[in-house]
Design a protein around this ligand. Structure first.
Ligand code: ATP
Ligand code: MG
Length: 179
């Protein structure tokens, strides 16, 4: 059974570093939005284009999972709803899904972000210390169910008939049938 690996963590937590290792270990396709947003738009959002790109990546991921190949989604995925939706979509493609949460303490995070900025530069975005503090407040860590390897214990958000419908609203250009 193919596995969808979800990288979960704040900037500088080590998601891309770990995603590369997982891709090698599991012969998985790794999808890292920053590696596309920067060459295409020199911006990390570009007026909502990141959501569109992620929607196409998830569609591609569903195709690849159906082919029996693992996928690593290196998105960040701060929201439990996002992760619940992806667990659900993976199940629909006949795949397993697991969240790989990488916690990082504030001081270590800042040290890594600064160290990275002084080395790579072109493959990541500049970040200020205040940005990191604000983002940490918005991050939703895995609940017990997710930490134990399952889907987050989340009901479909009110107003949505299904996780599929929620996901298509969250990620424009997503085709939940993986076409
Ligand atoms: N376990 C670790 N111990 C020490 N340094 C690490 C560790 N994991 C990653 N790093 C370093 O920290 C920096 C940030 O790592 P990485 O780029 O993988 O983070 P990220 O979570 O992908 O960040 P972003 O969300 O900004 O893309 C890099 O310079 C990396 O080499
Ligand atoms: Mg990264």
């Amino acid at each position: 059974m193919a596995v969808l690996h979800l990288m979960v963590g704040l900037p500088g937590a080590g998601k891309t570093t770990t995603a590369r290792a997982l891709a090698e270990q599991h012969r998985a396709l790794r999808l890292t939005p920053d590696e596309w947003m920067i060459p295409l738009f020199a911006d990390n959002d570009a007026g909502g284009k990141r959501d569109v790109l992620e929607g196409r990546f998830i569609t591609t991921a569903l195709q690849v999972l159906r082919l029996g190949v693992d996928v690593v989604l290196d998105f960040g995925l701060w929201s439990r709803d996002e992760r619940a939706a992806l667990h659900h979509l993976a199940a629909g493609a006949g795949a397993r899904c697991r969240s790989v949460h990488l916690p990082v303490e504030p001081e270590e995070q800042w040290r890594r972000v600064q160290a990275r900025a002084s080395t790579v530069g072109s493959s990541t975005f500049a970040m200020a210390r205040e940005d990191l503090d604000g983002w940490r407040l918005r991050f939703e860590p895995p609940d017990a169910a997710e930490a134990a390897g399952g889907a987050p214990a989340r009901a479909v958000p009110e107003g949505w008939p299904s996780w599929q419908a929620w996901a298509v609203d969250r990620w424009p250009s997503l085709d939940v049938a993986g076409r």
